[in-house]
Design a protein around this ligand. Structure first.
Ligand SMILES: [Zn+2]
Length: 386
């Protein structure tokens, strides 16, 4: 992945296997088993995804890192490449084959993330690299750029000729003004004998693959529930359950009915309404009695988990885990009723929550474990309250 741009078909074949493994643990799975679209799964947790790497973006990030390596270090490969092609614009040479062609399509990403410290100007694109000020000349002087005769010129090539020879005759008035400004900016700029350096804009000298990868996902809106779901000490499979819960993608009867997998959408626990996630965990009479017995107020929709606050009679620390413990208990209680034919029982639900709390305490640091004692005593008292 750090050597070649993988063909689209190869990535699709890999993703087919990865998708099937996630949703069914098998080699293949049907579309109805996939509870969240794969594109969404492959976004960061902060923006509502599962944080699984998007293979195409990771492939590109690794190749951009490779490009950066060739541009910025004195590696053997870098030395060889630049010696072989000295004086030419390396990534504009169509004779270098399809591999270089595919790498050159990634050059704009590298140029967006780096800033060149110009030495002799032979490795720096005059128009496309950011090397003077905080933006590229192409962005700063767009009308003038449209008149440029050699849009791929390096800084060294551009500066080797009189500036007026670099543009088509009869410039527009805006381009004329920009040319005067450019001339003024360059009049005191001189090349040196050192090699051009291409450090990252964010961390000088370092361009991490993780930073390149995340830059391709910038601009996506933040998911308000992501901290509640992931920034806690609940077991990973419960965090995964919470992720599906907040998206309303759990296989509830309402969701299964929409996919024509079950004939009806009714809640078996109360037989009063459709079994949506919001109904099952928050509005079902059984769930409401459970929350009331815990003297705990909840939100009105599962998509608002981030709005849950610690009950005043419990420690604030790890309160998210307490809520996940209760949601997980309600979900397992629902399975007891639907799949095992057991009757509704808050006593059984609470016993299961207490049992899980004992196990989950192992995920907390030794000094934090007393909070579990608080949870257990509240759960036990909810039965006595009953
Ligand atoms: Zn119900």
């Amino acid at each position: 992945m750090s050597a070649l741009l993988l063909p689209k078909g190869t990535i699709e074949a890999f993703d087919k296997k990865r998708r099937a493994f996630l949703w069914s643990g098998d080699d293949s799975c049907s579309g109805s088993s996939c509870l969240v679209a794969w594109d969404k799964v492959c976004t960061a947790r902060e923006v509502g995804g599962l944080g699984i790497k998007n293979m195409h973006d990771q492939n590109c990030a690794l190749l951009v890192k490779r490009l950066h390596h060739l541009h910025s270090t004195d590696s053997s490969w870098g030395r060889w490449i630049w010696q072989e092609h000295s004086g030419s614009a390396l990534f504009c040479d169509n004779q270098l084959g399809p591999h270089w062609d595919s790498l050159s399509t990634l050059l704009p990403i590298l140029q967006r993330l780096t800033r060149v410290q110009v030495g002799d100007g032979t490795r720096t694109s005059f128009w496309h690299d950011c090397w003077y000020g905080s933006s590229t000349f192409k962005d700063r002087f767009a009308p003038l750029f449209s008149h440029a005769l050699n849009r791929e010129a390096t800084v060294a090539v551009f500066l080797s000729k009189p500036i007026e020879d670099q543009f088509a005759p009869r410039l527009s008035s805006t381009a004329e003004t920009q040319l005067a400004r450019l001339r003024e900016m360059l009049q005191n700029f001189y090349l040196s004998n050192s090699t051009d350096l291409c450090p990252s804009r964010d961390a000088p000298g370092i361009l991490r693959t993780k930073f390149i990868y995340s830059s391709t996902h910038m601009g996506l809106p933040l998911c308000k529930n992501w901290r509640f779901i992931w920034d806690n000490r609940a077991p990973p499979r419960v965090q995964f359950f919470a992720w599906l819960l907040a998206k309303d993608r759990l296989p509830t009867k309402a969701n299964l009915h929409k996919k024509n997998i079950v004939p009806t959408a009714g809640c078996i626990v109360c037989n009063c309404a459709d079994e949506t996630a919001t109904h099952l965990f928050l509005q079902c009479q059984f769930a409401q009695e459970f929350w009331r017995a815990l003297r705990t107020s909840v939100v009105s929709n599962v998509q608002d988990l981030a709005d849950l606050v610690a009950p005043c009679h419990l420690p604030v620390k790890h309160f998210q885990v307490f809520f996940l413990l209760c949601f997980w208990g309600l979900w397992n209680h629902r399975h007891d009723v639907v799949f095992r034919g057991l009757p509704n029982s808050r006593t059984r639900l609470v016993a299961k929550c207490i049992e899980d709390a004992t196990l989950w305490a192992e995920h907390l640091s030794r000094e934090d474990r007393p909070v579990v004692t608080n949870w257990k005593s509240l759960l036990s008292s909810s039965i006595r309250y009953d």
